[in-house]
Structures are given as structure tokens and as C-alpha cells.
Design a protein around this ligand. Structure first.
Ligand SMILES: *Cc1c(COP(=O)(O)O)cnc(C)c1O
Length: 326
């Protein structure tokens, strides 16, 4: 694949037009309880209400709708056990593109079923003995498929930025925006939207403390690689930022913060009890960090991207119950 240029705000705006009619314009929710507690005005952009349950549909749809006729005919391949797999499978189905998804043999049955349900052809691999990237690339070469990575691609980044774009267009300028961070597709796209639509807004990425490679990378000025982190935030178990996401984050993001798994569970509980919404652990990263620094947010207008809601409901219950026992 030839090198593509770093995306800019125009690419986010173009993505918005491309995905309109396919993606949901998700609701921005507010909570008096949260506002009173923070002494601030909070706006939650709820991507748990996006199609397939997470913002990743935006990037997938933006990437696949730019395929050439030949690419469309041959198909797309992605490797993921999580939301990216479902996003690619659904976007491909809507556009009539065959999709092959490389998933670990022990991926949760619900996720395999969801991916198949969207029409994706699932290729299983043994995650202890086989390299999924190699399998993905092999399939791509053998069958002429186009590989779409989960975050490090300009079209994916531009698509993910449309959520923050919608947020600013709906509520106006903000003083701070808190964004979940894995490989950085959502954060770098959101930061592009913020720089253009709300230039004074501070933009913060938020990672699990167990996997703070993004924070280390931003502070050291080079991409830091870590082992797969142990955290309940399965959407943020990435090992490193990407060659597109890292420079965008360095240019446009003010800081990267970290939160504990316990804080994520407390936020899941808050979202469920107070706001009546199901948010997956990774989707709680932004709110958890805002909560930690709430003293600094008094009197401010604060945006929080709630990135997704795909969590097995019995696991959801177990996580909340575990907290009760402490
Ligand atoms: C993928 C994902 C993230 C992380 O997004 P990146 O673009 O990899 O940083 C956060 N939350 C959810 C729900 C996700 O699926």
C-alpha cells in the first residue's frame, strides 16, 4: 500500500458526508447529577447508540466507501476480535462488499456470531501459535483483498473524527474534551475536529493505567511499544500508537491521562444507574479521567466521548457485582 497523507479537518468533513445516511447521528446526553457533582456542564456523546454499538462503524464506513470498483469486487479483510470486526462486517454488508474477518479461535462466541450475522466470513486462528497480521496479509495477497486496520489508516481516522464533529456542532465550543484511547484512531480524529471547530478546547486522551504506552509515547516523543496490557478495557489493549495516529496526537492533543480498572467499573455503574445506559469498560475511559480531575473543571463546559456499549450483559453484571464485594 502506498503511503497516504496525514488526514486533516477537510477529510473529517468529507467523511461526515460519506457516512451520512448510514451512520447514526448519536445523541448527546446530559446528567444533572453529574453536572452538580462536577460543578460543570458535561456533554456525553453516546456512541454506544451507534450502529453495531460503537464509533468504529464511522471509520469502517468511511474507508470502505472509498474503495475502487476492483477493491469492492475483491473484498476487504480485517483482523480483530472486537468492535472493528463488527464494524467492517456491517459496513461491507451495506456496501455489498465481501468481508473476511480474522478472529482468534477463542474469541467470545457472541462476537463471532455478531460478525457472521453481519455477513462477515470468519477465519479463525490460534492466537498462541499464529500471527494474525501475517494471516491477514497473506489473505490480502492471495485473494487481492484490501486490508483495513483498526486505527492506523487516514480514512479510518477521518471517519472516527465525525463523532466529535457532531458533538461540537450540536453543543458549540467546549473547554475540554475527554476521549478514550487505544491505538488512537478516535483520539486523533476527535482532535482534528476540535482544532478546527473549538480551537481553545483542551483535548485529552485517556488510557488504562496498565497500558499507558500512549502517555509514554507523547511524553518521550517516540512511539513506545508495550506488551498486551491486562485491563478490563478490551478496546484499549493495544500495544502501540500508529504511524498516522502518533504524529496527529503529538500535534493536536494536550495530554494523555490514565485511569484504573476500578474507576472504569464505577463509571459503568454511574452510567447504568444514573443515565440508564449500558457502556462497555473501554467506553468509560473518558468519563473516568474527567472524574479524577473534576476539581480543575469547575464552571467549565466539558465533552466526554462515550465510545461504545458492547459488553456481554452477564459480564457487565459480574463486573458491577465484583465492585460490591470490596
Ligand atoms: C476501538 C475502541 C476504542 C479505542 O479506539 P482507538 O481508535 O483504537 O484509539 C475505544 N472504545 C471502544 C468502545 C472501541 O471499540
Amino acid at each position: 500500500m502506498s503511503e497516504l497523507a496525514l488526514p486533516d479537518y477537510d477529510d473529517v468533513a468529507a467523511a461526515s458526508l460519506r457516512i451520512a445516511g448510514y451512520a447514526n447521528q448519536t445523541p448527546v446526553l446530559t446528567s444533572r447529577t453529574a453536572n452538580d457533582w462536577f460543578g460543570a456542564q458535561l456533554y456525553f456523546k453516546c456512541e454506544n447508540f451507534q450502529r453495531m454499538g460503537a464509533f468504529k462503524f464511522r471509520g469502517a464506513m468511511n474507508a470502505l466507501s472509498q474503495f475502487t470498483p476492483q477493491q469492492k469486487a475483491a473484498g476487504v479483510v480485517a483482523f480483530s476480535s472486537g468492535n472493528h470486526a463488527q464494524a467492517i462486517a456491517l459496513a461491507a454488508k451495506l456496501l455489498g462488499i465481501p468481508a473476511t474477518i480474522v478472529m482468534p479461535h477463542d474469541a467470545p462466541a457472541v462476537k463471532v456470531a455478531a460478525t457472521r450475522g453481519y455477513g462477515g466470513q470468519v477465519v479463525e486462528y490460534n492466537r498462541y501459535t499464529e500471527d494474525r497480521e501475517q494471516i491477514g496479509r497473506q489473505l490480502a495477497e492471495q485473494h487481492g483483498l484490501t486490508l483495513i486496520p483498526p486505527y492506523d489508516h487516514p480514512h479510518v481516522i477521518a471517519g472516527q473524527g465525525t463523532a466529535a464533529k457532531e458533538l461540537f456542532e450540536e453543543v458549540g465550543e467546549l473547554d475540554a474534551l475527554f476521549v478514550c484511547l487505544g491505538g488512537g484512531g478516535l483520539l486523533s480524529g476527535s482532535a482534528l475536529a476540535a482544532r478546527w471547530l473549538a480551537p481553545r478546547c483542551k483535548v485529552y486522551g485517556v488510557e488504562p493505567v496498565a497500558g499507558n504506552d500512549g502517555q509514554q509515547s507523547l511524553r518521550s516523543g517516540q512511539i513506545v511499544h508495550i506488551d498486551t496490557p491486562q485491563t478490563i478495557a478490551d478496546g484499549a489493549q493495544t500495544q502501540h500508537l500508529g504511524k498516522y495516529t502518533f504524529p496527529l496526537i503529538c500535534q493536536n492533543v494536550d495530554d494523555i491521562l490514565t485511569v484504573t480498572d476500578d474507576a472504569l467499573v464505577e463509571c459503568m455503574r454511574f452510567f447504568a444507574e444514573r443515565m440508564k445506559i449500558v457502556v462497555e469498560p473501554t467506553g468509560c475511559l473518558g468519563f473516568a479521567a474527567a472524574r479524577d480531575v473534576r476539581e480543575t473543571l469547575r464552571g467549565k463546559r466539558v465533552g466526554v466521548i462515550v465510545s461504545g456499549g458492547n459488553v456481554d450483559i452477564s459480564r457487565f453484571g459480574q463486573l458491577l457485582a465484583g465492585q460490591d464485594q470490596r
